[in-house]
Design a protein around this ligand. Structure first.
Ligand code: ADP
Ligand code: MG
Length: 680
């Protein structure tokens, strides 16, 4: 047996169970060993029968003194009832379908039982406890792991599989160099893996957890640092003169906010340096990130370089295109659009202009990074709403030009602690001020019984000629979730507003249809747009003044804040109505945060605290690999140590080529998959 063997080589794992495991990402014995327990049951102590109380589980030991069927013993379903006795007292043990167990429990023999104790007419009972004979206690006694439920596989089976895998993991050699093991006082991997599943005691468990968390975070940090180093070393930069920025700034109808000025300063110094820029610009919705990008693109053009601006959807790309055309009106600068839905001839034309250098700025979707797109001198790449792009795409993009500067803009207010990790290879700037004079959005909380008031509010806004978004957590009705679907809400809205133009948009519609609907909403041809979170991404409709979020308890705070940012883009007072479907204390607390805070960063911090990072962002969406045991928020201290270790390792062996780091390298590749290729 090897760790790379498929789980099917284990006894008891047939095609069905293998499929069940695969659903949870477990295909090899290594995957299995990394399926760590979510909890443990302490079943070390045997409780004397007189001390057993109903209401919780106990481990007991005694002699079977009586055994009887409460009915026809030949009938399959006749319950088997045992009377178990120890020095102190008695308890009744009951198995339904007891016929199968007829031979298992002999009178006068000793057994251990573990199970929940209940009371039945004054008598204590254990129904269907786990059992074993005295002397073969492994499966019932001890500190036993509890795994996340996998349909079709019982805890007992999972423990058995894990025991088999543990025979292998017990022989895993140390794979980190001695000095790292020493300086971070790490337990051996064999010890750690064996104790994480079947710990001898609390101390063993803690030491083991530390090692495994460290391993995982070290792998993460090494991968991220490796990428950062890759970009840095490959790209000693394109230099862009920033002196001309003043010309552009002078013609803006406003002056930059303090935050914008600081961030521009940081970018300007990156652009004018020898090194290529790799910077993440974070700023709440409406903080004015685009202007910063415009200044940078203007400077690039003045220095004779082209810029590319990439957005995650066509609608957004088109919106940027329009805005940029307006922004550069009166400057001697040409802006072009390239996206998938354009006719081939149109594309050809743009590609030609791009290649001969007549295009200064190219706006587009992923189309911009396709292999056939050739720039004549790409100096700057701006990507908007970066969190929708994976790490790999980011790299493809920066590989386009000679060595372009990269600027990444995101409105998702990612707490700094998390941003450092998510975008480990980027420097970070934050626009922490808002343009003056903007009216804050009024946020109001309701429950379902108060829906009438929400509808009344909607009527008022629509009568003023404004438009309304209504967002639902689901597309269609679902039995699994107790929430209103967009389809249901759409029907209700149509009924309630028979004379208004109501439309439904969701992620399952073809892209073209979505684009058409968004355009129609943008042009004011729809009064009420019922939507799923597809509208989350920054579409600008200044006339939309109300955002209604149904079943708001189903949304993350950061997500709601993003949604709320869709309104309040014009001069009119805007509103956000949160409608709680299933009331709970946590839901109320979260609504309160939303009602009282308009600060995206504070909201994101709270969300992180309440729900954890995976919940907020969806780890895959961010290109951050999935973790088995490490938690970048809760294990901040280990993360720091791992970062230090990763830096030491890469300074020793920048390409991880040495035999000392072969296993680390394998782990990095395994964790980052397609996103990383260690082949410098
Ligand atoms: P976001 O950060 O959400 O991308 P935008 O860049 O789209 O924000 O800016 C939102 C609006 O604010 C735009 O209409 C922009 O022209 C305007 N704006 C940007 N900076 C300022 C400023 N310093 N003063 C006033 N208005 C500004
Ligand atoms: Mg924007």
């Amino acid at each position: 047996m090897y760790l790379t063997d498929p789980v099917t080589i284990l006894k008891g794992v047939g095609p069905k169970k293998a499929e069940a495991l695969r659903q949870h990402g477990i295909e090899t014995l290594e995957d299995l060993a990394q399926f760590f327990p979510k909890d443990y049951e302490d079943r070390r102590k045997i409780t004397p029968l007189t001390q057993v109380r109903p209401g919780r589980a106990f481990l007991v030991k005694g002699t079977v003194v009586s055994r009887r069927y409460s009915g026809n013993p030949y009938h399959r379903k006749t319950p088997l009832s045992l009377l178990l006795q120890d020095e102190s007292g008695m308890i009744e043990i009951v198995y339904f379908n007891g016929r199968y167990l007829a031979g298992a429990f002999q009178i006068d023999q000793e057994f251990l039982f573990y199970g929940n104790v209940t009371e039945n007419r004054g008598r204590l009972q254990m129904i269907h406890p786990e059992s074993c004979r005295e002397g073969s206690e492994e499966d019932v006694r001890g500190v036993l792991p509890v795994y996340s439920a996998i349909k079709g596989i019982s805890q007992k089976e999972m423990r058995r599989f894990q025991r088999s895998a543990a025979e292998l993991t017990a022989r895993i050699p140390e794979w980190l160099p001695e000095h790292i093991v020493q300086s971070y006082r790490l337990a051996s991997p064999a010890y750690a893996l064996s104790n994480i599943h079947f710990p001898e005691d609390r101390h063993h468990l803690l030491v083991s957890r530390f090692r495994l968390i460290f391993d995982e975070l070290l792998t993460l940090q090494t991968g991220l640092l490796y990428m950062k180093q890759g970009i840095r070393e490959d790209h000693s930069g394109v230099r862009i003169e920033v002196g001309k920025a003043e010309d552009f700034l002078r013609r803006l109808p406003f002056s930059l906010t303090e935050g914008q000025r600081r961030v521009w300063g940081e970018i300007a110094s990156d652009l004018s340096s020898e090194q290529a820029m790799n910077r993440l610009v974070q700023g709440d919705v409406g903080s004015g990130k685009t202007v910063i990008a415009e200044i940078a693109m203007y400077c690039a053009a003045c220095s004779g370089y082209q810029s590319a601006m990439m957005a995650p959807t066509e609608i957004l790309a088109k919106q940027h295109y329009k805005n940029l055309q307006k922004a550069f009106e009166g400057f001697d600068l040409s802006v072009d659009l390239l996206c998938g839905s354009m006719a081939a001839s149109e594309k050809q034309e743009v590609l030609g202009r791009l290649a001969d250098g007549s295009t200064d700025i190219l706006v587009g979707t992923h189309a911009v990074i396709q292999p056939g797109v050739t720039f004549s001198g790409l100096g700057l790449v701006v990507t908007d709403e970066q969190h929708r792009f994976g790490v790999e795409q980011r790299h493809r993009l920066s590989g386009k030009g000679e060595n372009p500067n990269v600027m990444v803009m995101t409105a998702t207010p990612i707490p700094r602690t998390l941003a450092v990790i998510l975008y480990g290879e980027l420097d970070i700037s934050v626009i922490d001020t808002m343009p003056a004079g903007r009216k804050p959005i009024r946020t109001l909380a309701f429950n379902m019984k108060e829906m009438k008031r929400v509808l009344k509010g909607m009527t008022q806004e629509i009568e003023k000629g404004h438009q309304v978004y209504v967002v639902a957590p689901l597309i269609e009705e679902s039995e699994a979730m107790d929430a209103l679907s967009a389809e249901e809400i759409y029907e209700k809205m149509c009924k309630h507003f028979p004379n208004r133009r109501v439309a439904l948009i969701h992620g399952r519609l073809p892209q073209q249809e979505k684009d058409a609907l968004m355009e129609s909403f943008h042009d004011g041809n729809i009064d009420i747009l019922v939507a799923t979170v597809v509208i989350e991404i920054g579409i600008d409709v200044a006339n939309a003044t109300m955002m209604v979020i149904m079943n708001c308890e189903r949304f993350g705070l950061a997500q709601m804040h993003q949604l709320r940012g869709r309104v309040g883009r014009g001069d009119a007072q805007s509103y956000c109505c949160l409608v709680m479907g299933n009331e709970s204390e946590v839901a109320s607390k979260r609504m309160e945060i939303m009602v009282h805070s308009g600060d995206g960063f504070r909201i994101a911090e709270e969300d992180l605290r309440l729900r954890g990072p995976g919940e907020i962002f969806g780890t895959r969406q961010h290109g951050l690999p999935e973790m088995h045991i490490g938690d970048i928020v809760r294990h901040g201290d280990v993360l720091e140590k791992a970062k230090q270790a990763a830096a030491d390792i890469l300074s020793e062996d920048a390409a991880l080529q040495g035999a000392d780091f072969a296993e680390l390298r394998r782990r990095v590749e395994r964790m980052f998959g397609e996103d990383i290729k260690l082949e410098l």
